[in-house]
Design a protein around this ligand. Sequence first.
Ligand SMILES: *Cc1c(COP(=O)(O)O)cnc(C)c1O
Length: 372
Amino acid sequence: MDICEFSPSYVRAIAPYQPGKPISELAREYGLDERSILKLASNENPLGISPRAKSALGREFEELARYPDGNAFDLKAALSRRYGVSEQAIVVGNGSNDVLELAAAAFLAPGCSSVYSQHAFVVYPLATLARGAKGIVAPAKEFGHDLDAMLAAIASDTRIVFIANPNNPTGTFLTGAALEAFLARVPPEVLVVLDEAYNDYLPVELRYDSVAWLARHPNLLIARTFSKVYGLAGLRVGFGLCDPEIADLLNRVRQPFNVNSLALAAAVAALDDNEFVAQSYETNGAGMRQLENGFKALRLKWIASAGNFVSVEIPRSEVRPRAGIVYEKLLRSGVIVRPVAGYGMPDHLRVTIGLKQENERFLAALGQALRE
Ligand SMILES: *Cc1c(COP(=O)(O)O)cnc(C)c1O
């Protein structure tokens, strides 16, 4: 008897998530010094952690023998003030990934489906398949979400539509007006999960107020994270904003202590660190222009991105994709980026915007890899 055969077939069918290669792993594999390695593979904040969050962490260490506040009172109070929603409309997650999983746990089961776009964030298929539900992939338009195609893909058994704005790994962006028009047309019994992990990086002229839509659309769930602009990826904390009745459902399937006390304290402090957020935004904008100019000089095409990363096209040699080869060459020079072949993008590499010198080093290594 093989015990694994008793795991549901839909669990066994899941392809495991492939994270960006950790620095320590590359150091071991290639015999490199960890300090010499540049990781631009996981959309982490190159400025590190918010200084306010760092001080909050120091204070919290003394309390680690105690369980965290399972209701996240302080964090919900801070988020409630920031976004003008009630505490009952907030669900905290172990990263916003957790919020996406909670939505799937609350609404998906065998016999249901979710809809998401081709090239969309891989957690949507993962969360869907883990519930035994079916994933319906709507074809993308120039790598971005095609909202008409997504509407058309909604079936009678569809319970969730996942939208990433901007999307990872493409960086493509939908305007607030397009999203509002979409929400008005989605059947009210389908939950729209709007994943806004990168919204703080949006250029000012592209910003829109999705939180205001919650009042009109009780089937909307907005997912946000502290992993990106706030620099807390290692702590794992994110949150969802939605109708209180939906929040209540998500809380029923949530682990009672899903967000640890260090993460809670750091998130409260980070939320008020306007200076750090502004600095992260500026650094990202400048770095994005630097990479775009670098790509131009190397005669490479890229997908215009509204996030803190950009996917660049590596030209094929003859007909064979060369992105994998360039990825390996970059690794040998101590630079980690992200292959996205698993996203149906075999000709692209995704690179996170770094600090000025980091971007310079990446561009030099990329130019070298392309010449070899
Ligand atoms: C990084 C990212 C997240 C956030 O992940 P966390 O679990 O909060 O670290 C969510 N959605 C997308 C599209 C992302 O790229």
